[in-house]
Design a protein around this ligand. Structure first.
Ligand code: GLN
Length: 307
């Protein structure tokens, strides 16, 4: 690949880390196991297209990936069934919080997009049908793409979320009433909570997102998605990846991105590199405050937005 190696970005990352203000926002507290994570923590990594990676701060500290996994589940389902998926989940920004129910009733139980919880439940249901073990399949994919065989579920986080999972259960039951979920809800929720509980560090996540910068090609050189499918996922990340803050994220960062309530955000510079940042202090919409600041600084300092 012609694109620069990961080390090329190290001085920019160091500059960002030196200037970052952490400690703003609050760690997710609706999942009790995440509430105790210190909002001051910060790490950031860049991966190049050839598997090189470098980072600053706590870039090798595993954290809870949460909704970032929705990107990988979507990719696997698109690889299995292609465009049929879009009969069951839309691709419009919701303008509503990630766990909102309100639009489902007006839209025949079809979630607005695959990155809000409603849409992610449909995607995980379809991955389960395709593979027979959705969360294990996802974990295997992430281990392969990150090159880290140690990746694991954090079953304590999964159990903590399950114990407070009424909202996701309500979403799943409501969608099922329209026929867009095919399996019983309890095992679907188990897979979804396990999926969200996968622990990864910034290096793992930047590497695992690489196929989206390589137009659908996996770490081992095999093709997961067509060029056009990879473009579709990047587009949906741009418009929906940070929920009701996607407009502001596009305005400030200008890259396809996906956040999670563990405080991580991944971003893709197609044909060039991927970036992952982690800082657990969240804003009211569930996005990392210092994480968005850091990505804003990254595209400002490097000029690398898609615009
Ligand atoms: N597991 C979380 C939930 O379903 C994921 C949400 C998120 O990261 N935005 O609420």
């Amino acid at each position: 690949h012609e694109a620069p190696k990961a080390e090329h970005y190290l001085s920019v990352l160091e500059e960002i880390a030196a200037g970052i203000r952490t400690g703003r926002g609050r760690s997710a507290d609706y999942i009790p196991a995440l509430a105790c994570v210190d909002p001051d923590r910060f790490g950031m990594a860049v991966a190049d297209l050839d598997g090189g990676v470098c980072g600053v701060g706590e870039w090798r500290t595993p954290f809870s990936t949460q909704s970032i996994t929705k990107v990988f589940a979507l990719a696997l389902v698109l690889a299995h069934e292609g465009a049929e998926l879009w009969d069951h989940v839309g691709r419009e920004p919701s303008g509503n919080p990630f766990n909102s129910l309100v639009q489902l009733e007006y839209e025949n139980g079809i979630p607005r997009n695959p990155f809000i919880n409603a849409g992610a439940l449909v995607v995980t249901d379809r991955l389960q049908t395709a593979t027979g073990d959705a969360s294990a399949d996802l974990l295997a994919f992430l281990r392969a793409e990150s090159g880290n065989p140690e990746l694991r579920f954090d079953l304590e986080v999964a159990a903590s979320e399950a114990a407070h999972g009424d909202r996701n259960a309500a979403l799943a039951h409501f969608i099922a009433s329209y026929g867009h979920i095919r399996q019983p809800i309890p095992p679907l929720l188990d897979h979804y909570f396990r999926q969200c509980s996968i622990e990864m560090d910034c290096a793992d996540l930047a590497l695992a997102t690489g196929f989206l910068a390589r137009h659908g090609v996996r770490a081992d050189g095999s093709r997961l998605l067509s060029r056009s499918e990879a473009k579709q996922i990047n587009a949906v990340m741009m418009t929906c990846g940070t929920y009701d803050a996607a407009g502001d994220f596009a305005y400030r960062v200008g890259l396809p991105g996906k956040s999670g309530v563990g405080g991580g955000i991944v971003a893709v510079v197609p044909n060039r590199c991927t970036v992952c940042v982690w800082s657990p202090g969240l804003d009211a919409r569930g996005n990392s405050v210092a994480g968005v600041d850091a990505l804003d600084a990254f595209t400002t300092l490097t000029g690398l937005s898609v615009f």
